[in-house]
Design a protein around this ligand. Structure first.
Ligand code: ASP
Length: 366
């Protein structure tokens, strides 16, 4: 059922139609340009400034050869992704929702720093998505001679436009980077100085890109015909991440859990979800849970999963009502927590939603 929504912020953006050499293109792609290194050029003083998108053809003459109709919607002020908030994720979701029926696929240009958070968030915001939403960025600006922006953008458009008969090949939120296509809510930025910035340790690649694009069909979400897109626009940012470390103090943990208005915590534990068994530590968590604070257990390891009860050091967490995040990434966990807290205040419903895979973000099994 179509959900009613009310936009509290009016979103102003610029629409730019790109003239490609395409004759009667059958496919239409919407590019959403939010900012990041990818769209930068050097100005006269050599500093990097955000590119105006109608100049893109000068940087990318090969776009002309794609038989695709391309439209670009640019954020009014392109931003470094380190400045993005949940409001910006909702804005991107809203642009896709509003234009959903006019395009075959969507490519989102964003900085890499928080791309895994945005891609995770969009996978929850756009429930029932049946079209490709491919996030891309670049480690070097599009104006740089060795830039990865050009191949990243061309391939992302190709992936977003790719169909099997009438059905899109990748009808989900993904990240394309350095010849790999990853599920968006499984990806992590793990490198800042190499072209291969992202990995998805707990989920296979959706595609590997070489001379041809080799899609890994069994692991790509299936297209469900006639499925309605539901746009969710409420997020609750009253959450924190606590990363445990040996010697973390009682004072630190107590202070964090007593933050005014706090509703949820992603707790990054060790190994397969283990934490200290000190009485003060378990007691402090237990008190927070009894005050209604949700605690979601996510491992600090990028591979493997939380298995409550495997060690005595995680059994106690399970006993006091900490929720297992299985093999979810921290990026997906924190965006999911904000999303779920924005949907309902019913504690049982919150626990149910956090314990289920809403959009392929985790595998539930020991
Ligand atoms: N700081 C930049 C950003 O995330 C880095 C990048 O574009 O990759 O916006």
């Amino acid at each position: 059922m179509q959900k009613k929504f009310s936009r509290t912020r009016s979103l102003k953006y610029r629409i730019i139609n790109i003239k490609t050499g395409a004759l009667k293109p059958k496919t239409a792609i919407l590019i959403i340009y939010s900012g990041g290194t990818i769209g930068m050029v050097g100005d006269s003083s050599g500093s990097l400034v955000a590119l105006k998108f109608n100049q893109i053809m000068q940087q990318l003459p090969s776009l002309n050869t794609l038989n695709v109709k391309i439209t670009v919607i640019s954020f009014p002020v392109p931003m470094d992704s380190s400045n993005m908030t949940y409001q910006n994720w909702i804005d991107i979701g809203y642009i896709i929702y509003e234009n959903y029926h006019n395009y075959d696929g969507f490519v989102v240009l964003q900085g890499t720093d928080t791309m895994a958070y945005s891609a995770s968030a969009l996978s929850f915001i756009l429930e029932g998505l049946n079209k490709p939403v491919v996030f891309i960025g670049a480690q070097l600006p599009i104006s740089a001679i060795r830039s990865d922006a050009r191949p990243n953008l061309i391939t992302a458009i190709e992936i977003a436009a790719k169909k099997n008969g009438d059905d899109p090949v990748v009808p989900e939120v993904s990240i394309y980077f350095d010849y790999q296509l990853l599920r968006g809510n499984r990806a992590m930025k793990i490198r800042s100085s190499q072209f291969g910035a992202f990995e998805s340790e707990n989920y296979p690649l959706l595609a590997r890109i070489g001379i041809s694009i080799d899609f890994n069909y069994p692991v790509i979400r299936k297209c469900v015909r006639d499925q309605q897109l539901v746009f969710h626009e409420t997020y609750d940012p009253n959450v924190v991440i606590i990363k445990l470390f040996p010697s973390i103090t009682r004072q630190a943990v107590e202070h964090i859990l007593e933050i005014q208005g706090l509703k949820g915590v992603v707790m990054e534990t060790y190994g397969s979800g283990n934490a200290p068994t000190d009485e003060w530590f378990i007691g402090t968590l237990q008190k927070a849970i009894s005050r209604g604070i949700i605690i979601l257990n996510v491992s600090q390891c990028i591979g493997g999963k939380v298995i409550h009860g495997r060690y005595a050091t995680s059994k106690l967490l399970q006993d006091i009502g900490v929720i297992s995040g299985w093999n979810i990434t921290t990026e997906a966990a924190i965006t999911k927590l904000m999303f779920v807290l924005g949907q309902t205040t019913d504690k049982e419903k919150i626990k149910d939603l956090l314990s289920s895979s809403l959009s392929g973000e985790m595998d539930i099994s020991a």
